[in-house]
Design a protein around this ligand. Structure first.
Ligand SMILES: O=C(O)CCC(=O)C(=O)O
Length: 282
């Protein structure tokens, strides 16, 4: 265990230096600086003042602008009872990996469901609507917005030697959550409106995530009854997923801490908030 603890600490030194925060750059790095100081050591960073010229930063704050440009587009809207899509849920007394109910809806309707849900109180949620399609959705479902952002981030393209393989757009509210996962990609996450909170762990902490296989299930939402059902996929498919919920409810906290001691007794993840106009490299 001593050796493992030394590894946790060595890797944190390497990826964060002697700070417990993600390094912040006040202006975009040169390609060489980005490659040398962040990509090669696998070190996250927050970058301000890199996308101030994107028209999206001002125009996307107006819902009327978005609904006008996307008036004839259909987008994939993900519905869950609580905002936790692609997350572990108790089903018939055991855990499964639950994916959202997904529906193609006209964009104006999607935006209205996302924003009206943000006014619900936590105890009064009908559902949480989150546009979180991924699969390069910005260049497909949202192509009408292409002119509002640069098609790529030049210093990153130069450093990484390729244009983005996928460009995704997420539109959510304060209930939208994405559970712990790993990505095999270099990610640049730009926030256009609002803010996003991240918990980051280095790849060498993978054993602290208690990755286990869970049966896949899908939510189905009935517009008639306003109820969700959760159905296990048939034939059974297993998804390896992180067992740890970093925010257990007070009544579950003790049980979760004793099930996942490497997570709860080890070093805390690095917290970082990305605000509108900022980019997180991770
Ligand atoms: O914004 C989100 O909800 C998901 C982001 C994500 O999956 C990622 O950055 O890897």
């Amino acid at each position: 265990m001593k050796e493992i603890e030394a590894l946790w600490s060595e890797v944190r030194d390497l990826s964060l230096g002697n700070s417990s925060r993600v390094e912040r750059l006040e202006s975009p790095p040169t390609p060489l600086q980005f490659l040398r100081d962040f990509v090669s050591p696998n070190k996250p960073c927050l970058i301000s003042n890199a996308i101030n010229h994107w028209p999206a930063l001002s125009s996307w704050t107006h819902h009327s602008y978005l609904t006008r440009l996307l008036s004839s587009s259909s987008v994939s809207l993900h519905l869950t009872p609580n905002g936790r899509a692609d997350a572990l849920v108790v089903h018939h007394a055991s855990l499964c990996f639950a994916s959202a109910h997904v529906e193609r809806v006209p964009f104006p309707e999607a935006l209205s469901l996302i924003s009206s849900g943000s006014r619900d109180s936590p105890s009064n949620l009908r559902f949480v609507a989150y546009a979180q399609q991924q699969n390069d959705c910005f260049r497909s479902e949202y192509s009408a917005l292409a002119a509002d952002c640069d098609p790529h981030i030049p210093w990153a393209t130069h450093a990484l030697g390729c244009v983005p393989e996928a460009v995704n757009l997420w539109i959510g509210n304060q209930y939208s959550q994405t559970s712990f996962h790993k990505d095999h990609y270099e990610n640049l996450y730009a926030v256009v409106t609002g803010e996003k909170h991240f918990l980051l762990l280095p790849p060498t902490d993978v054993h602290r995530m208690y990755i286990r296989d869970y049966p896949a299930a899908n939510y189905r939402y009935s517009w008639d009854t306003g109820e969700f059902s959760l159905e296990l996929e048939k034939p059974t498919r297993h998804v390896p997923w992180c067992s740890v919920n970093p925010y257990p409810s007070p009544e579950n906290k003790e049980a979760e801490m004793s099930k996942f001691p490497l997570y709860f007794n080890g070093p805390e993840p690095v917290q970082c908030t990305v605000k509108a106009g900022e980019i997180l490299y991770l």
